[in-house]
Design a protein around this ligand. Structure first.
Ligand SMILES: [Zn+2]
Length: 534
């Protein structure tokens, strides 16, 4: 077939510009940072640990080498205080009470006591099943309507019905939103039943590290679970025990829930009794903040944020004899990208109108805590932050042909990244698995809550074979010691991903307009008060 000359020229010029655009990264300098951050010496970079501090010193050195300016509170550092809670399991017990008879639940095997909520020393209350346990006013959806949960512990099936769009469902499943609803309904605790269809890691691995401390920000303004007395998660294999005598089965709930169908609401025939003891200690860590200054006299006081979490989960129970949870992909990969990006702007300077703010947050694995603190107490004026591009575990484990963009349809950042990716031959798609709640499961969510248009992106599979590689990665390596530097990684995919991020940062830094939420985006509501104040 004959090709028209004009088409040929167009194709040629496209190839040239694409080639020029992909020249900033080789994958290797990025990987070298990952190798440092995920080395056994850094002991998994747990929040507030020696290993995390070493990772922070390394990052500060890289920022200085790249000529980035300190924009924290003390130099590059913004201190953050935490309270750490560790369950003392030998002094804890859980039981269900049926017709006055106690039936013990085995900790670890049947259930896990969450310390994200500070448990009361002793609780006993009836259980009531409230489906997904959601209240979504925008959709006139209310799992609590007509159900009396006052003084009771609610039992929920994790997930959401299909009538609730993904972003909305994710939003209302966050701890803050959930406990608001529970408090106003008068419930005192929550039992979560895992949806086997959206389980990221097997129960055995969840249970393995149940004694690992949880953390919360040590400032009264962030107490989201006030009034909550107990939160537990039950093994799907043991969940049937709760349903016996209720006229319903867990099996029936799972069958409905896997297709996101409506769920029934009903009292269970049992009460839950819990005794708990928790050791509480104080921990300090920090976010790191660095600036690549813009040059426009006015716009340089506006900031495009590139964020990633530097912390991981530290040292835990051994798996195959390995106790160090290195977090190479989660999130050595994103942190390394931030450092590599800083270096790339030094090596290949670009005229930037707005400034770029590089943030390496702490406490992500503890519940997005470092970013929550930063978004509430930014080290630059709050209204000057125009966008957040967050990088968390972007998984360059297959060639980059398809890019999943969380928040693709929420703001015009999505349109910008679509165009950039397409020019590099990469197709973009919205989150294909809304059930996993990824849009609210990393640090971009705290920027969103403060009105800032945000995105997070990940390499996606482009064939069933590649889909299996991702599935296996989650099952075997996600939050396991084998997420280390001895795993296959595609350096070309990483380089191409970095190229897309760089082009997006430049686009936002130099665009005439700040990014905006789409008129129909649910998340636009958080931006409204800011707009009114302008
Ligand atoms: Zn993680």
């Amino acid at each position: 077939m004959k090709m028209k000359i004009s088409t040929l020229l167009l194709a040629l010029s496209w190839t040239i510009s694409a080639a020029a655009q992909t020249s900033h990264f080789d994958g290797q300098t990025w990987w070298n940072h990952v190798k440092f951050l995920a080395d056994d010496k850094l002991e998994g970079r747990d929040t507030g640990s020696r290993g995390e501090r070493e990772a922070q010193s390394y990052a500060v050195k890289q920022f200085k080498n790249a000529g980035a300016e300190p924009t924290g509170v003390h130099g590059f550092y913004q201190p953050v205080k935490f309270v750490s809670r560790q369950i003392v399991e030998k002094d804890c017990s859980l039981a269900i009470i049926r017709d006055g008879k106690r039936e013990a639940l085995t900790l670890g095997e049947d259930a896990i006591i969450s310390t994200r909520v500070m448990p009361a020393p002793e609780v006993e209350a009836p259980l009531v099943f409230v489906g997904y346990g959601l209240k979504v006013p925008e959709k006139n959806y209310d799992d609590f309507a007509g159900v009396d949960v006052r003084g009771k512990i609610i039992v929920i099936f994790a997930g959401s019905p299909s009538e609730i769009p993904g972003a909305l469902a994710s939003h209302y499943q966050t701890a803050a939103e959930r406990w608001k609803v529970l408090r106003s309904a008068g419930a005192i605790g929550m039992v979560s039943l895992i949806n086997p269809a959206s389980m990221d890691i097997p129960w055995s691995r969840m249970a393995l590290n149940r004694a690992h401390p949880s953390m919360d920000l040590d400032y009264p303004e962030f107490n989201e679970t006030e009034g909550a007395k107990i939160a537990i998660t039950v093994n799907p294999m043991s969940a049937e025990k709760l349903f016996a005598g209720s006229g319903h089965t867990f099996e029936e709930i799972v069958a409905l829930g896997k297709d996101r169908k409506p769920l029934p609401h009903f009292p269970l025939a049992v009460s839950l009794a819990a005794k708990t003891r928790v050791d509480v200690t104080k921990i300090e860590s920090a976010n790191l903040v660095a600036k690549l200054p813009g040059s426009d006299p006015t716009l340089k006081d506006e900031y495009v944020v590139l964020s990633a979490h530097l912390d991981h989960v530290g040292i835990g129970e051994p798996i195959n004899g390995d106790r160090i949870y290195n977090g190479a992909m989660d999130n050595g990969s994103g942190s390394a990208l931030v450092l590599d990006m800083a270096a790339s702007f030094k090596k290949n300077p670009e005229m930037l109108r707005r400034s770029i703010l590089l943030i390496l947050v702490t406490g992500e694995e503890k519940g997005l805590l470092g970013s929550k603190y930063f978004a509430a107490h930014p080290t630059v004026p709050p209204k000057s932050i125009v966008a957040d591009v967050n990088v968390d575990m972007f998984l360059p484990i297959v060639p980059l042909k398809v890019l999943t963009v969380m928040g693709l349809d929420e703001s015009d950042l999505g349109d910008r990244v679509r165009e950039i990716a397409q020019s590099l031959g990469v197709r973009v798609q919205p989150d294909p698995e809304p059930l996993r709640n990824l849009f609210v499961r990393s640090d971009q969510y705290n920027f969103i809550r403060h009105g800032v248009p945000s995105l997070a992106m990940g390499v996606a599979p482009s064939s069933p074979e590649e889909a299996k590689i991702f599935k296996d990665w989650l099952t075997q390596r996600y939050h396991a010691p084998s997420d280390d530097v001895n795993q296959p990684v595609d350096l070309a995919a990483a380089a191409k991903y970095e190229e897309i991020v760089r082009a997006l940062l430049i686009n936002v830094a130099n665009g005439d307009h700040r990014p905006e939420w789409k008129p129909d985006s649910f998340f636009r509501r958080y931006a409204e008060p800011v707009k009114m104040g302008q």
